[in-house]
Design a protein around this ligand. Structure first.
Ligand code: NDP
Length: 452
């Protein structure tokens, strides 16, 4: 299909999506990226076109919207919005994280749930796609306030989820603490100890390597991409954004594989440590972010040789490999051009949709190694899938066993991208590979299950 024909098809398709989902710009962006890869493939496979699979897959099976009232420490009433998007259950129970962040809205959660459908399919495990969350901001709240909010949130959510129906996990603002409070409330309401949430503590049904899985998987995926060019991580300078769960374990794995991580960030700015953030410095960051719940600029109080750049993202720092691990649209076209001008040749996404469409265009035009989030960060949900299996069997696998399964899954996701994304000149277009690779399994299941 030539460029003009593709553009016409995409424009027509997107006009319908935008009319049906007005104002949801992140959702439009995620759908458009997929439509650009899939529409030519669907033209070549009329069975998907006749069954309107793409139209059906962009419409959530169910959206749950609810009020979350709670009392703050002063005894004042607070009200937040609660959401769960049950996007697609063709290949398994809905599965995907909960995000607690003040920017959360319907469009953001729909984009995340949509991407999750493809990602979960790529993992090779039987998981459908979902996502949820709230505009609640855990930052600056006491433990008791977070607990009361989580209990109120779960009081409503509990009636819609279950270990064979919908299994939420963490995402931005939802870590071990929040999962604990929500699991406790679910158990109390249902009188059931089941694998209804993943990311649980090790002593109460959690899986080894689940906290590490997204960041580890992101780096394993980068290593697989590098291998296609006969390279590895040894001696490579890596820039990482974020300093939460994904960023922390991406730092750990990249360092273990011989890379040198020189930046971390939060929403206020980034730190640059040219000597590298080694295991000892990372332990400091983990305590700072996970226990003290402080800001990344406090890194300089302990390591004054580093610099702190307020109000900026780390993409201006020279690197070989960029590992965006904070949030959506954190690399725009200019950032992408700066990265490439400074010699960056590999981008592996830990965050969901961190690169804008213009940034992706820059990567693809210059044919760098670019692993989109739905492939590169799938290790997190894959290990959640492994946690579900362990819960169902009432068994716990060893660290080595889970880590080796995770590595195998990342290798197989990479293979699938190569299978569907290799272009005639040998360039691997991982965007196309991940979109088509993730789509086929879901589409076949939808065909088999009829019009539901
Ligand atoms: P955390 O809440 O642990 O950390 C998020 C980090 O990103 C923090 O450093 C935060 O800074 C920063 N951040 C959040 N929002 C913004 C913003 N608007 N601008 C700049 N920085 C921001 O979340 P995770 O590490 O779990 O998630 C990070 C990304 O990875 C997200 O895109 C998430 O969807 C994705 N992801 C996570 C998975 C998981 O298993 N946790 C699985 C797959 C993808 P601050 O503290 O200032 O807010």
């Amino acid at each position: 299909m030539n460029k003009e024909m593709l553009k016409k098809l995409v424009d027509e398709f997107m006009a319908r999506v935008i009319a049906k989902n007005p104002g949801e710009k992140e959702f439009h962006q995620a759908v458009m990226e997929v439509a650009e890869s899939l529409l030519p493939f669907i033209e070549e496979n009329p069975k998907y076109k006749q069954a309107k699979i793409l139209e059906r897959i962009t419409e959530p099976e169910r959206i749950i919207l609810f009020r979350v009232p709670w009392l703050d420490d002063k005894g004042e009433i607070q009200i937040n919005k609660g959401y769960r998007i049950e996007m697609n259950s063709a290949i398994g129970p809905y599965k995907g994280g909960l995000r607690f962040h003040p920017t959360v809205n319907l469009g953001i959660l729909k984009f995340l749930a949509f991407e999750q459908v493809f990602k979960n399919s790529l993992t090779t495990l039987p998981m459908g796609g979902g996502k949820g969350g709230s505009d609640f901001d855990p930052k600056g709240k006491s433990d008791n306030e977070v607990m009361r909010f989580c209990q109120s949130f779960m009081t409503e959510l509990a009636r819609h989820i279950g270990p064979d129906t919908d299994v939420p996990a963490g995402d931005i603002g939802v870590g071990g603490r929040e999962i604990g409070y929500m699991f406790g409330q679910y158990k109390r309401l249902r009188n059931e100890f089941t694998g209804v949430l993943t990311g649980k503590g090790l002593d109460w049904g959690g899986s080894l390597v689940r906290p590490e899985a997204t960041g580890y998987g992101q780096v394993y995926f980068a290593a697989e991409m590098l291998k296609t060019r006969g390279l590895d991580l040894k001696g490579k300078i890596c820039t990482i954004s974020g300093s939460g769960n994904v960023a922390q374990y991406a730092t750990q794995k990249a360092t273990q594989l011989g890379g040198k991580v020189v930046t971390l960030s939060d929403s206020e700015g980034y730190i640059h440590d040219p000597k590298g953030i080694d295991a000892e410095k990372l332990a400091f960051v983990m305590h700072l972010k996970n226990v003290k719940r402080g800001r990344i600029k406090e890194y300089l109080e302990k390591y004054p040789d580093a610099t702190y750049v307020p109000g900026k993202r780390p993409w201006e720092v020279k690197c070989d490999i960029a590992l965006p691990s904070a949030t959506q649209n954190e690399i725009d076209g200019n950032d992408a051009r700066t990265l490439l001008a400074n010699g960056c040749f590999c981008v592996s996404e830990g965050a969901n949709m961190p690169s804008t469409p213009e940034a992706i265009e820059v990567y693809l035009e210059k044919k760098i190694l670019y692993g989109p989030g739905k492939a590169a960060n799938a290790g997190g949900v894959a290990t959640s899938g492994l946690e579900m299996s362990q819960n169902s069997m009432r068994l716990s696998w060893s660290r080595e066993e889970v880590d080796s399964k995770l590595q195998n899954i990342m290798v197989s996701i990479h293979k699938n991208c190569v299978k569907f994304g290799t272009e005639p000149d040998g360039f691997i277009n991982y965007v196309k590979g991940a979109n088509i690779g993730g789509f086929v399994k879901v589409a076949e299941a939808m065909l088999a299950q009829g019009l539901v």
